[in-house]
Design a protein around this ligand. Structure first.
Ligand code: URP
Ligand code: ZN
Ligand code: ZN
Length: 456
């Protein structure tokens, strides 16, 4: 059935328009003033007084992630439902193969795991070891499976991390295939020796988590990643940037014309390392990598968001339950790393970015969907309100006040790192592929679709 949204203020990355939107067959069919529609077979939404945003794209989530402490708290169903509630309609998760699996085998299994997602979804694929046939596998992923972003970890060296020489080889292969490399930048060996030292000194509480992976270990890795990418001629995207020091290297590379994209997350904009002071149960939820930094890092990141050094906001959504976090109550290195946030990305960025005057509503769209769509190859299917694009639309009530809490969030975790945060502005109606999936507390569930990506 067609869907007509009337009287909304449409916000795109590149401009604002007061108009109606007609959706047909999952796509935006027409945009115009006072669209006349005679047929009874239509659903209508009056969006008077509301903003309409393109559905959010979270470029960095980990649903149903296997760890030593069991799976992360949200699977694709619960995580995508939380995402939709917050205005995000597309998720980009990760394929992390077992050591003996090819990238293709692991991707096929991961696509199956995501079948219960209510959001549309795509993946970044992680080579977790170097082997001589990897360039062929990468080329196949790009040309046949049509996934073209490959994530490597400079940390987690004992499991999925690669060393610099291996990363250079991956970058060369990805550049040749026409893809992009994403990097988790922290110098893994330095972290390992710092952790060993802290354990030997019996410094085992969560307050030592940020001590074990300081800002310079991220920044050094960022610099190294940029240098390796320059050598390989490979575009890169640095995930979850958390420090001022890293931004200096990123900005320099960008101004030299190198293709270096950067993402940060709401936690690195809004929280700081004071969160690690307290009793275990109160602070263990903040154990994530990279760790929370200083207030001056928050400020530098906001400035980078405002000026465009950072192009995307992901959440790194990877929540655990308290009982899982408690596995590390006697040793912080055993606490599973990660926190949730997929539901709150847009409301937090709107409340603490747009309403404080740090960014405009158009920048808000750039940061929450448009830039991710462009950088990751989902444009023009996603990321904008235009005829022919997917009808993923958020009718945004600018006046709605809420307080984030474990009691009202949709994640399956019993921890929320934003507990108590006040927000203003949230989705009244969420439309995905032309279907109303959420309106005033009522849900209609439709399966999400796997998204291939386009050449950049
Ligand atoms: O602590 C985090 N961020 N856990 C998820 C995996 C990662 O490093 O992105
Ligand atoms: Zn990471
Ligand atoms: Zn992550």
């Amino acid at each position: 059935m067609d869907l007509l949204i009337i009287n909304g203020t449409l916000i795109n990355s590149y401009g604002t328009l007061h108009a109606d939107i007609l959706c047909r067959d999952g796509k935006i069919f027409q945009i115009g003033k006072n669209l006349a529609y005679e047929n009874d077979q239509i659903q209508k939404i009056d969006a008077s007084g509301c903003l309409i945003f393109p559905g959010g794209i979270d470029p960095h989530v980990h649903m149903h992630l296997k760890t030593n402490s069991g799976y992360s708290a949200d699977d694709f169903y619960s995580g995508s439902r939380a995402a939709l509630k917050g205005g995000t309609t597309t998720l980009v998760d990760f394929v992390t193969p077992e050591k003996d699996q090819t990238l293709i085998q692991a991707t096929e299994l991961r696509i199956k795991e995501a079948e219960n997602s209510l959001c549309d979804y795509s993946f970044h694929v992680s080579p977790v070891e170097w082997r001589t046939c990897l360039p062929n596998e990468i080329a196949k992923m790009v040309n046949e499976t049509r996934l073209r972003t490959f994530k490597v970890y400079m940390a987690y060296k004992d499991t999925i991390g690669l060393d610099d020489a291996e990363i250079l080889l991956v970058m060369r292969a990805v550049a040749k295939a026409g893809g992009m490399v994403l990097l988790h930048c922290e110098t893994g060996d330095d972290i390992e020796s710092k952790r060993k030292q802290l354990i030997a000194e019996k410094k085992l509480s969560p307050r030592y988590h940020p001590v074990s992976r300081p800002a310079n270990m991220e920044a050094t890795a960022v610099k190294r990643a940029i240098d390796l990418a320059a050598e390989a001629g490979c575009p890169i995207y640095i995930v979850h940037v958390s420090t001022k020091m890293s931004l200096e290297y990123i900005q320099k590379a960008q101004s030299n014309g190198q293709q270096v994209f950067a993402e940060t997350c709401p936690q690195y904009l809004l929280l700081d390392d004071a969160s690690y002071e307290g009793e275990f149960d109160q602070v263990c939820g903040y154990v994530m990598s990279p760790p929370l930094r200083k207030k001056e890092d928050n400020e530098a990141l906001w400035e980078a968001v405002r000026t465009g050094i950072i192009q995307t906001i992901g959440t790194d959504h990877c929540p655990f339950k308290l009982e899982q976090k408690r596995l590390g109550r006697h040793n912080f290195t055993l606490i599973p790393n990660g926190a949730g946030g997929v539901e709150h990305r847009m409301t937090l960025l709107y409340s603490y970015g747009v309403l404080t005057g740090k960014i405009s509503v158009n920048q808000f769209v750039s940061l929450t969907s448009y830039n991710a769509a462009k950088i990751l190859g989902l444009y023009p299917q996603k990321g904008l309100i235009a005829a022919g694009s997917d009808a993923d639309l958020i009718v945004w009530n600018t006046e709605k006040n809420q307080v984030i809490s474990v009691g009202n969030h949709h994640s399956q975790s019993d921890i929320n790192i934003y507990d108590g945060f006040k927000t203003k502005g949230s989705p009244d109606v969420v439309v995905k592929n032309g279907q109303i999936v959420y309106v005033s507390g009522a849900w209609s569930e439709f399966p999400g679709r796997f998204l291939e990506t386009n050449p950049f």
